[in-house]
Design a binder for this molecule. Structure first.
Ligand code: ZN
Length: 143
């Protein structure tokens, strides 16, 4: 005698939709990863450049400061401080991009904190630390 059809199979619910949140395709994720990696490389080059300028300024200060009057020394010190603060801000941006790459791997990166929609790839490439989509950002600024 044939068994009755398995009602559990027949009445099975359709696969639950993961979340209401939109999903991002693997291709898009790769695009973001490539954009972030390119940004990080750019910043690293910029950082190295700044560091060598600091070294140069430092060398100038040590070698030909004999003939300098106080104003010259002051200018050089100021320039060097400017370069150092530039280097620090570049390093900060590198860290942001690196964190973004880590979060991208975990799937927690590139979503608008306000509406939950994906932030466009172009925006993320330009502003790796963006946490809002353009629409929400504009709403935020209008307040
Ligand atoms: Zn949004």
């Amino acid at each position: 005698m044939a068994k009755p059809a398995d009602t559990r199979t027949a009445g099975r619910k359709p696969a639950a939709k993961a979340t209401a949140q939109a999903t991002r395709s693997a291709a898009e994720t790769e695009k973001i990863r490539a954009a972030l990696a390119a940004r990080r490389d750019e910043l690293r080059a910029e950082y190295d450049q700044t560091l060598s300028e600091i070294t140069e300024l430092q060398r100038d200060r040590l070698t030909d400061s004999a003939g300098d009057d106080q104003a010259d020394t002051g200018t050089k010190t100021f320039e060097r401080e400017q370069e150092i603060s530039l280097a620090n801000s570049i390093r900060e941006r590198i860290t942001q991009v690196e964190r973004a790459l880590e979060r991208l791997d975990e799937g927690g990166y590139g979503w608008c904190e306000r509406c939950g929609n994906p932030i466009p790839v172009e925006r993320l490439a330009a502003f790796p630390s963006a946490t809002l989509c353009v629409t929400c950002k504009q709403l935020e600024e209008r307040r």
